[in-house]
Design a protein around this ligand. Structure first.
Ligand SMILES: NC(=O)c1ccc[n+]([C@@H]2O[C@H](COP(=O)([O-])OP(=O)(O)OC[C@H]3O[C@@H](n4cnc5c(N)ncnc54)[C@H](OP(=O)(O)O)[C@@H]3O)[C@@H](O)[C@H]2O)c1
Length: 303
């Protein structure tokens, strides 16, 4: 099987390269904007690919002819999307149409990544058939992309995920676990929302889920996240407990108390029964996830 990954420099992208090391029988094509930033040797071919350039998408897909495309690249900063809607549309919607068309031309199965931010957050954890109602521009763009995939792709799966955490080298964006750990380690006081609830997802678990879908060319929508439902405040307290950091630096806030350009859904989190049953997906507990991140921080430090 030949698998092409978009956004291979990103958090999920790099975790996919890690994952496929155990499967040398899979021919892997890593693609990302600019130079390859994966820091380890791997069994993959790298092609620079800016997904917003249609001709580049067509050229790379036609030359490499993958059986499966895992589309992780996106504009993932929710506030940046709110402030720069033109680029958000280009990356999260228009480029998805390029990828759908290119996959159709070569009969590739498309695995498209989406988000809990397509929901309005009135209740959770959510199953796959809940009605979307995004609150942010990012959420709108990702919902449009889902609709486009469902309407035009000949062979697709959509994997929605929630608050992904983990560590890779040269990350373009931090995540809540690393942000809280770094702030508390440097003695900074932080305000953390107690009225937003999630099921945080270990990046390795999400990569494994993508690979399970790829192996079966599974179709349809899957909710992929961790198994523990918690407020963001509780999440940060667990981070402090795990690394023995000063919890008195953490103060509780409401969403309204924190000025952010984009609105976040209060309650999301996912029910993951469908993925467990149909894909044999298994999620680590949040504590196990923190241990995995800790081990990786140590090995990246020595890399
Ligand atoms: N992280 C989360 O909490 C979360 C939650 C729900 C859903 N998701 C979804 O999961 C997917 C993967 O997210 P992630 O956490 O791996 O995000 P990430 O670490 O931000 O990675 C996204 C990657 O997309 C790349 N990219 C941006 N513009 C590009 C372009 N024009 N051409 C090619 N690549 C481009 C970025 O490249 P640079 O590194 O060069 O900037 C980055 O490496 C996304 O679709 C996201 O919407 C993520």
């Amino acid at each position: 099987m030949k698998v092409l990954v978009t956004g291979s420099n990103g958090l999920l992208g790099q975790k996919l390269l890690d994952h496929y090391k155990q499967f040398p029988e899979v021919e892997l094509i890593a693609t990302a904007r600019g130079a390859d930033r994966y820091p380890f040797p791997g069994n993959y071919t790298y092609c620079a690919l800016d997904i917003t350039i249609e001709a580049e998408v067509n050229q790379v897909f036609n030359e490499t002819k993958p059986d499966v495309v895992i589309h992780t690249a996106a504009m993932t900063n929710v506030d940046a999307c709110e402030l720069d809607q033109v680029n958000c549309d280009l990356l999260n919607v228009k480029a998805v149409q390029f990828i759908v068309n290119a996959c159709n031309q070569i009969n590739a199965h498309l695995i498209h990544l989406s988000t809990d931010f397509i929901f309005d957050g009135t209740h959770g954890p959510l199953h796959e058939n809940e009605k979307p109602n995004p609150l942010s521009y990012y959420g709108h763009s990702k919902l449009k992309a889902e609709q486009l995939v469902q309407a035009h792709s000949n062979s697709w799966a959509i994997l929605r995920t929630v608050l992904v955490y983990g560590v890779v080298k040269d990350m373009s964006r931090s995540n809540i676990v690393l942000w809280a750990k770094n702030a508390l380690e440097s003695g900074k006081s932080i305000q953390v929302v107690a009225d937003q609830f999630r099921t945080p997802t270990l990046a390795e678990d999400l990569a494994k889920a993508c690979a399970l879908v790829a192996a079966q060319k599974a179709t349809g929508i899957f909710h992929i996240s961790g198994q523990n439902f918690m407020s963001i405040y509780d999440l940060v307290v667990q981070v402090a407990d795990f690394w023995n950091l000063d919890k008195s630096l953490i103060s509780m806030s409401s969403s309204e108390g924190i000025q952010q350009p984009a609105k976040r859904p209060p309650i999301t989190g996912f029910q993951i029964h469908k993925a467990i049953t149909l894909l044999n997906y298994q999620a680590h507990t949040f504590k196990e996830g923190l241990q995995i991140v800790d081990n990786q921080l140590k090995s990246l430090h020595h890399a």
